[in-house]
Every structure is written in C-alpha cells, then in structure tokens.
Design a binder for this molecule. Structure first.
Ligand SMILES: Nc1ncnc2c1ncn2[C@@H]1O[C@H](COP(=O)(O)OP(=O)(O)OP(=O)(O)O)[C@@H](O)[C@H]1O
Length: 255
C-alpha cells in the first residue's frame, strides 16, 4: 500500500508509534447513520475506552477503523499513514489488530495452532516491530499453556478471550482494537485480562482502543474515555473525570 512505512527508521521517526487518529468519521448502513462525524485519538501507550449504550455505534467504529466497513466520510490515520478505505488485510499489515466481539477463535485448531496464525502476521511485520514469541503469550496467560494441544472449542469463554488477545498480540500491533472483551466473563477473569492489557500498554507502548458496555470496568483501566450516543461523540475526558460524572453515568454509562 502506498505510503506505508516499511522499515524501522520510519517507525522510529514516529510514523506509527503516535497511535490511531480518527477524524470526522461517518458511516451509514443504508438509511441508518451509525457514525456521525466522529473524532477521536487512541495514542500509543494509552488505553482509550469507547463507551455508550446499545446501538451507540461502538462496534461500527471498530469495523470502520479496521477496514471491514467503508466510511462515507472522514479519515483513519495510523501515525502519518492514511488508512481510510484500506482493505482489512492492509490495515492489519500496517499494525492494527482487531479483536471482534464473540471470540473469533478457530475452534477446530488447537490453541497453539491459533497462536501460530498470529505469529505468521507478526513475522511479516518484524522489520517494523519485534513480535513477541508464543512463549511470551503463554507467560501472560498461563492457562493457555496448559491447553496448548487442545482444540480451541474446548476452552472456556475467558480462555477464548485470552487466546484471541494473544493471537492479536503476536501480530505485533501498534494499535489493538478490542470489542467487548468482558462480555459474559466472570469479574475475576475480566480483571486478569484487563491487568495484562494495562501492563502491555505500559511496557510495549501499544495503543488500545477498548469498546465496552461495562463502562465501570473499562474506566478502571483506561486513561481516557469517549462516550458515543446515536453515533455522535457526546463526551470525552480523562477516565477518572468520566467515572465521577453522575449525570453522564446515569444518562449514558449505566452505572
Ligand atoms: N449490519 C447492520 N445493518 C443495519 N444497521 C446496523 C447494522 N449493524 C449495526 N446497525 C445499526 O447501527 C447502529 C450502531 O450499531 P453498533 O452495533 O455499531 O452499536 P454498538 O454501540 O456497538 O451497540 P452494541 O453494543 O449493541 O453492539 C445501530 O442503530 C444499529 O442498529
């Protein structure tokens, strides 16, 4: 893809490490406007939470950023690289990993085989960012190591979520897009996954864009939050300020 950085020097210049930026993003499904002129930034080394009720546009935002849906207007930028309208494959190659809602593991493959798929993508990006080893993912999520030879369909919901996050990390992303990673999981499992994410953001400088209906949990690990309602940004602030805003919490965040 034209303009994509292809060597370490361009990365060190900050071409990608500054994270994700979305400007004026507008997306429709036929007559339904799902995103309306959305601006947001997910900087490197930060967790940015995208919050809002059912139908606010959160999933559409991630699908548009990751190239699954073409926007009607606006721009998606990774550092200085314009990814607007790029294919999902080019977006992944540029360093954006999308973990969709619903735990997209390949159930017939073993845990290790699922992880090897991520490692293939990471190998393709190794001139830009050093990918972790599969052993590193097992260190982050020890329960995956215990099940490395098992088919992914035998995993619990929490383990599946760990597997898809692990697979995404192996692709050596600059930006990790996570759609509802806490959905259906026990609070203890959510805390474990969020703690790992926080550590990765702090140590590796990855940018995380975290879509959550569970606003309270999301704000507990996020640096900043953006609140969507009917496809528009209705609030943005640091996480602590959003968590303390009673009016906003009652109107949009459900806690
Ligand atoms: N495939 C689709 N076709 C038509 N309309 C859609 C489609 N997907 C989403 N929408 C509509 O777009 C709007 C935004 O939906 P979206 O799924 O992005 O919201 P969300 O905030 O992720 O909500 P949820 O948490 O329920 O997934 C909603 O009005 C929804 O009904």
């Amino acid at each position: 893809m034209s303009g994509m950085p292809d060597d370490r020097a361009s990365c060190e210049d900050g071409a990608q490490r500054s994270g994700l930026r979305v400007r004026g993003l507008t997306a429709h499904y036929g007559p339904v406007t799902a995103l309306d002129d959305v601006d947001l930034a997910a900087p490197a080394g930060r967790v940015t939470a995208v919050l809002g009720a059912n139908g606010a546009g959160k999933t559409t935002l991630l699908r548009t950023v990751s190239g699954l849906l073409r926007p009607q207007a606006g721009r998606v930028e990774l550092g200085e690289v314009d990814l607007t309208g790029a294919s999902a494959e080019d977006v992944t190659r540029a360093g954006l990993a999308h973990v969709p809602e619903g735990r997209g593991v390949i159930t017939e493959l073993t845990v290790e085989e699922n992880l090897r798929l991520g490692a293939l993508l990471g190998a393709a990006r190794s001139s830009v960012r050093t990918p972790p080893a599969i052993a590193d993912v097992y260190s982050l999520f020890p329960s995956l190591r215990r099940r490395e030879k098992q088919a992914a369909h035998s995993l619990s919901g929490g383990e599946r979520q760990m597997l898809v996050i692990g697979r995404a990390l192996l692709s050596a992303p600059e930006v990790l897009l996570l759609d509802e990673p806490s959905l259906g999981l026990a609070p203890r499992v959510v805390s474990r996954i969020f703690a790992v994410l926080r550590e990765l953001v702090d140590t590796e400088g990855i940018a995380v864009l975290l879509v959550e209906q569970n606003a309270r949990s999301a704000l507990s690990i996020a640096d900043t939050g953006v609140v969507l309602n009917l496809g528009r940004v209705v609030a943005r602030s640091d996480a602590a300020t959003l968590a303390e805003d009673d009016e906003l919490r009652h109107a949009y965040l459900g806690f």
